[in-house]
Design a protein around this ligand. Structure first.
Ligand code: 6PG
Length: 235
């Protein structure tokens, strides 16, 4: 069983962005007002781009916010398929405070070493399991989340916080048969998890997430206590 997420449905991208930015400002403001750093794990893919663009232009307690990445594709950081590249082009572009608190996966070592180093940095800064104030997640068209794909080995890993995951043939995109991902112990420990979902094509996953406590697809296996789906239906 898992706690069912709250569903917030937005008819337009503008409404979706307004809601997300306000909720994020409230979360970051509340945490930083208690003198605590705000640790956020970002998601990749296309859906979050306009949200990251909007956040970049938002008055936030930037020096207190630490930006991590829930998963990464095993490609060079200048590859169009890199999540690090996408986030630096949207959220971090020309922002004076972003770089100092940006924690991407190591890219100049092997995937196994990158997972080991990321897990070590998470442990030093956030403990084991690392407790994020907020983890952003997407839902893929096969029900995956982060880089936890149906039928992939990382779904069953509980003794590691950050791993390399070998994608099943069906899930392989160009140039990334392997990915780096946080595991369920980290996702489940987060104070808040927000699923950012766009388009009618994902309605079946959204409805299953909201209604089925025993969902077995990867996104439905996230068991964080406080989950919200921010669904923008117009995309
Ligand atoms: C990634 C993401 C992945 C993504 C979903 C949805 O690295 O691709 O972390 O889990 O959130 O695939 O992607 P879209 O937003 O592009 O539909």
């Amino acid at each position: 069983m898992r706690p069912l997420p709250k569903l917030l449905t937005c008819a337009s991208t503008e409404e979706w962005l307004d809601l997300l930015v306000q909720d994020f400002k409230a979360l970051a403001g509340e945490t930083s007002s208690r003198g605590k750093p705000v640790h956020v794990a970002l998601c990749g893919g296309e859906t979050p781009r306009p949200f990251y663009e909007a956040l970049r232009q938002t008055a936030l307690p930037w020096p207190q916010i630490h930006w991590w990445l829930g998963d990464e594709r095993c490609v060079p950081i200048d590859d169009p398929y890199s999540n690090q590249r996408m986030i630096c082009e949207t959220l971090g572009k020309d922002h004076p405070s972003f770089e100092k608190n940006w924690h991407p996966w190591p890219s100049d070592v092997s995937p196994d070493e990158a997972a080991r180093l990321y897990e070590k940095e998470l442990g030093v800064r956030l403990g084991t399991p690392p407790v994020f104030d907020l983890i952003l997640l997407g839902i893929g068209e096969d029900g995956h989340t982060a880089s936890l794909f149906p039928g992939s080995p990382a779904l069953e890993i509980t003794g590691r916080m950050a791993v390399v995951n070998r994608l099943p043939e069906a899930a392989r995109a160009v140039g990334a048969s392997e990915r780096l991902t946080l595991t369920y112990p980290v996702l489940n420990a987060a104070r808040q998890v927000w699923f950012l979902v766009s388009g009618e094509k994902k309605r079946s996953w959204v409805e299953a997430m909201e209604r089925d406590p025993d969902g077995s697809f990867p996104a439905a296996r996230v068991k964080a206590a406080n989950q919200t789906i921010h669904w923008r239906r117009d995309a």
